[in-house]
Design a protein. Structure first.
Length: 637
């Protein structure tokens, strides 16, 4: 949201006033379009780069407000999380060496922030979702302390009326509840802008929708969240649910999410999208805006349409219509929000080139793309590509069905080459960037595949935290070379660093795949779990996952030795044997503090509890493994 002074508690006259301003802005936009004021015959491209800030342990570092003043560069700005930054590239006329200049400027700006961040021991990471981010990083204290973010959070939370619920099913399943919009800060994108004329907007926007599926299939880079392997581009599901203001209902009323692909083709004008968004989505934020757009027009100037742009910033279509002003002239552009951040700068610019080329070629071949494709086919293909990447079955023009891999190689890469050439893009750049796409698709080595394969090859090595740290450390190292991901060697566990990087906090190595019982279950089940799973501690929880007790192998043996289980312990209830209200740790507790706590109280394990609920467990064996890792590190040194 560009407006920094916003209000989130719009009630009564304040809400009515903002809505009147919003409707006035919409009518002004209609006038600007109808009167031919929108710039035409000029094609510009641009991009916004989102990134993560990490510390020496490869974990999110909430230091954006410290780094920004040191940068002293208006290209950089804040994002929702204090561990995020955004850099806005200059717009370029679409043609000639624009793609090369985009890459060069982006590399220069990223080198600048790397240098500044390194001064305080931090790094930047280009990733769709940072592998090492944890739910504990999403506390409100890590939200950027600016009014517009607080207003957004308060407005969405109030409208939702309850906790944010995240449920994504991939190879693993993730089910999470959270109390704020900070789940959205797990995402980072490479957002690409394409300026279009008013008369051509409908067809070009529809083409952007039609190609969204195959474009994201070739560009996936977000396969994991909180250590779970989910969709090939999990950002799509995560973002939609993270800012969803809908609550569950017993009725079948249709309601649209604020993050959406859309529900139909655009027929004539960009105004249709703005109208639909005003009609469907309540204003989350507002403010006192001093512009009378019609007075501005009468004075011969261009209106900023602040209310319309503010509302538009809180509705997140994957392809979003944007109104802006360049050199005193109003324009329309399509903002592609589909592409993830990373894996490398050259990969990102290649993704943009692929998208630009497809839109250019298809707009030359089709005056109305909707005659060649059903909207539902475009929507289904988009979500299939996000789930399965290059393995997805996609429906293309004329109802042709191919895998994303086949479609891109056989149909779309030749089209993109033609489209870029038709706009006069430098031939060397066409080859450079589309060859990156072709090699990535032929080898099936997208960013997501690199992350998943690297993680799989480290299975059985180190702790879960070490493996995730290694992914981030390896990503940072390879991004510095700016080689495309198809050329990256796999991440290795030794890239994660030693003790100081991997065992600082309990959550970095605690066991989260738990076997538990409830109070009313028989002791026979506890004994069986210990035998089957070779575990020595079984937590006892209630039906809301709240920890109520603990049973240890030692306590079980002591009771058996004393004969306190009776002749047939199988019928004894867990509640009669368990240790109630056991000693616990939080995920954020330091490893050294946890070791001291266990030593002082002479216990063999610590259940890990967050917000009253059981989330993990650490045992003496875990600490022995940590000690062994530390000893090996010292021997290597």
């Amino acid at each position: 949201m560009g407006e920094k002074k916003v209000e989130n508690n719009l009630e009564g006259e304040a809400r009515r006033s903002f809505m009147r301003q919003l409707l006035t802005d919409l009518r002004a936009l209609e006038h600007v379009i109808a009167s031919g004021m929108i710039e035409s015959g000029v094609r510009r491209v641009g991009a916004e780069q989102e990134m993560f800030l990490v510390d020496s342990s490869w974990r999110p570092a909430p230091v954006a407000m410290k780094i920004l003043p040191e940068l002293q560069d208006p290209h950089f700005t804040t994002e929702l999380g204090l561990f995020n930054l955004e850099v806005n590239l200059d717009p370029h006329l679409f043609g000639g060496d624009c793609l090369g200049r985009m890459e060069e400027q982006l590399e220069t700006l990223l080198d600048k922030v790397r240098t500044v961040a390194a001064g305080s021991g931090h790094e930047i990471v280009l990733a769709g979702i940072l592998p090492t981010i944890r739910k504990s990083d999403l506390d409100l204290e890590n939200m950027t302390p600016l009014d517009r973010y607080k207003a957004l959070n308060d407005g969405m939370t109030r409208m939702r009326g309850g906790a944010y619920e995240l449920r994504i099913k991939g190879l693993d399943e993730l089910i999470v509840r959270h109390d704020s919009v900070m789940l959205e800060s797990c995402n980072a994108s490479f957002q690409v802008h394409f300026q279009v004329g008013a008369d051509e907007f409908a067809n070009l926007y529809n083409i952007a929708q039609a190609v969204a599926g195959p474009v994201i299939a070739a560009a996936t880079n977000s396969p994991m969240l909180f250590g779970r392997q989910l969709w090939r581009e999990s950002r799509i599901a995560l973002f939609q649910q993270a800012v969803d203001t809908r609550s569950s209902s017993h009725h079948l009323r249709e309601r649209s999410p604020r993050v959406a692909f859309g529900s139909r083709w655009v027929e004539r004008s960009a105004v249709e999208l703005f109208r639909e968004d005003i009609a469907r989505f309540r204003t989350l934020v507002g403010g006192t805006l001093d512009e009378d757009p019609f007075a501005v027009l009468e004075a011969g100037r261009v209106p900023e349409l602040k209310a319309l742009r503010l509302h538009n910033s809180t509705v997140y279509r994957w392809n979003r219509a944007c109104y802006g002003i360049t050199d005193g002239k109003p324009h329309l552009r399509i903002e592609n929000r589909v592409l993830p951040s990373g894996p490398s700068v050259v990969d990102e610019v290649a993704n943009a080139a692929f998208w630009f080329g497809l839109i250019s070629a298809l707009s030359s071949e089709h005056d109305d793309i909707t005659e060649a494709m059903a909207f539902d086919d475009a929507a289904v293909s988009f979500h299939a590509a996000a789930r399965y990447g290059l393995r997805a079955e996609l429906t293309w023009l004329g109802g042709e069905t191919l895998t994303a891999h086949e479609l891109i190689l056989k149909r779309l890469l030749p089209l993109a080459r033609e489209g870029l050439a038709s706009r006069g893009i430098r031939s060397g750049d066409i080859e450079r960037y589309l060859d990156v796409i072709e090699r990535r698709v032929r080898t099936r080595r997208t960013g997501s595949e690199w992350l998943v394969t690297s993680h799989s090859e480290m299975k059985g090595q180190g702790t879960p935290g070490e493996r995730l740290n290694a992914l981030v450390a390896a990503t940072v190292a390879r991004q510095r070379s700016n080689r495309p991901v198809a050329e990256w060697d796999r991440a290795r566990l030794d890239e994660a660093g030693g003790w100081k990087h991997n065992f600082i906090k309990i959550e970095q190595f605690m066991t989260t795949d738990l076997f538990t019982v409830t109070e009313d279950e028989p002791m026979d089940l506890v004994a069986s779990l210990m035998e089957w799973e070779r575990i020595r501690h079984v937590p006892v929880e209630d039906h809301q996952n709240r920890l109520v007790g603990l049973i240890s192998y030692r306590s079980l043996l002591r009771l058996l030795a004393k004969g306190q289980l009776g002749q047939d312990g199988r019928h004894t209830a867990v509640s009669e044997i368990m240790t109630p209200n056991p000693l616990t740790a939080s995920p954020e507790m330091s490893t050294l503090d946890a070791i001291e706590l266990m030593r002082r109280h002479r216990v063999g394990c610590l259940p890990v509890v967050k917000d009253g609920r059981l989330v993990g467990i650490v045992t003496e064996r875990d600490f022995m493994n940590v000690a062994a890792e530390l000893m090996e590190e010292k021997l290597r040194d």
